[in-house]
Design a protein around this ligand. Sequence first.
Ligand SMILES: Nc1ncnc2c1ncn2[C@@H]1O[C@H](COP(=O)(O)OP(=O)(O)OP(=O)(O)O)[C@@H](O)[C@H]1O
Length: 261
Amino acid sequence: MALKIQDASVVYPGIEGRQKIEALRRINLTIDDGDFIVALGASGCGKSTLLSLIAGFLSPTSGEVLLNDSKIEGPGADRSVVFQKHALLPWLNVRDNVAFGLMLQGCAKKERYEIGDKYIGLLGLNGFENSPVYALSGGMQQRVGIARALACDPKVLLMDEPLGALDALTREKAQELILQVWRDTRKSIFFITHSVEEALFMGTRLVVMSPRPGRIAHTFDLPFSRMFLGGQSARSVKASSQFIALREEVLRMIFADEEAA
Ligand SMILES: Nc1ncnc2c1ncn2[C@@H]1O[C@H](COP(=O)(O)OP(=O)(O)OP(=O)(O)O)[C@@H](O)[C@H]1O
């Protein structure tokens, strides 16, 4: 599987006499099997617009987005999205929320529960299958949202600030869980965050975007998630001199890009 964004630009039309907004300019990005791409950048630099292009919610004004050499024409089962706000269905329990996408695809009840329960287990939600989702903590609700996205077996998982609403401790645990799920399911992930530390820890490749117009300003290949999955503790990875030096470098770049824009 290869998802290719080739020279893609997005211009939003000016609404009610306002100026057009060039949200993305000439983006080139390839997401290969097993990649964990993290997009980072100041507010308004086009991260969510880029995710919408990949999801097929939006078409580029110019350029192309290709999945296995076929043009993406709209949303599809090969791509699932997890948003900051999980958008669960409050009248359904955990099991039916996780199996919801499969139900929409016409999957029979027995089969969709079997598949769903596998992801409920993977996300550490065993024992909560019959709980109403409103009775769960924010972190658990977000895990239900991730299990629901994974249950449809997408090729690419698109995550728009999925951990942004969680407290610091839950967020760190959720980062570790997502990395373990990524390793176990071998999905490709495109992940948006505002946290430099989260970006460095999670990604195999970091894309730093800059605003007005949104562009890819810098990319970095990252070793840290593999260090964690290789057995190092998350805290020791994040406290390593290599991690701290790169964190400072990325922060300096973001501030410099913001001043130049
Ligand atoms: N539907 C829309 N119509 C017009 N302009 C839009 C629309 N969606 C986004 N924009 C503008 O496009 C630019 C990029 O927005 P986008 O939401 O992609 O940025 P972002 O990096 O995800 O921001 P944030 O980090 O704040 O979520 C912004 O200037 C935004 O105001």
